[in-house]
Design a binder for this molecule. Structure first.
Ligand code: DX5
Ligand code: ZN
Length: 217
């Protein structure tokens, strides 16, 4: 499984998003954290910014929807040209239908689990998704401390994905940095979101390369 790095623009300068996107052109994805102040206690950006960023950035957009009503909104993010749209299982009322709508609109479909949400109940959904996102912090803010307690779940998810044929990507998000990325890779993650570790660095592109090298081992 190839390592992929998805810098989170939550830690970028929102007044210069196009430049901040271009600063990490060596990344595989650009992670876009959509928050609605209901599912999480923070409010960020929505569809108009995603539409603008898609035109301004060459890197495909990895949209992470931390919103209360993903069933209503997720297809629109796929139609807006996001390369990947991830919904939270804790928020979705009809996840299978919504995941299918994301795929029909031409995007990869992702399912996200909060730190305290077990992965086993969702093993049957692996056929409906292209990526499983395991949160390694409580969603809502960048710059939080990595939760080691999630690592056994990363291992378990990798086992379930392997048993299912291995095509589903396994993403970790939250507190992923030089100090933690190797543990995530060793546990079986292959797509790594990093916000503060990339945009907090003097040279974001170098930070992406350094994280990739660590994850590749
Ligand atoms: C948190 C977001 C993350 C966040 C990660 O709710 O989903 O994508 O930007 O930021 P860092 O890498 O700083 O923990
Ligand atoms: Zn995120």
């Amino acid at each position: 499984m190839a390592v992929q790095i998805s810098p989170s623009i939550l830690s970028a300068d929102f007044a210069r998003l196009a430049e901040e996107a271009a600063a990490v052109s060596n990344a595989d994805w650009l992670h876009v954290d959509v928050m609605d102040n209901h599912f999480v206690p923070n409010l960020t950006i929505g569809l108009p910014v995603v539409e603008a960023l898609r035109k301004a950035a060459d890197t495909p957009l990895d949209c992470h929807l931390m919103i209360e009503d993903p069933d209503r909104w997720a297809p629109a993010y796929a139609e807006a040209g996001a390369g990947s749209v991830t919904i939270h299982v804790e928020a979705a009322k009809a996840p299978v239908r919504t995941l299918r709508q994301i795929r029909s609109a031409g995007a990869r479909a992702g399912l996200a689990l909060n730190p305290a949400t077990a992965v086993e109940p969702y093993a049957d959904l692996l056929g409906e998704i292209d990526m499983l996102l395991l949160m390694t912090v409580e969603p809502g803010f960048g710059g939080q401390r990595f939760l080691d307690v999630v690592l056994p779940k990363v291992r378990r998810a990798r086992e379930l994905i392997t048993a299912h044929g291995g095509q589903v990507w396994l993403q970790v998000d939250g507190g992923v940095a030089a100090e933690t990325i190797e543990r995530c890779a060793e546990a079986g993650a292959d797509v790594f979101v990093a916000g503060s570790a990339v945009y907090g660095a003097d040279d974001p592109a170098r930070a992406v390369d350094a994280l990739r090298a660590l994850a590749e081992g």
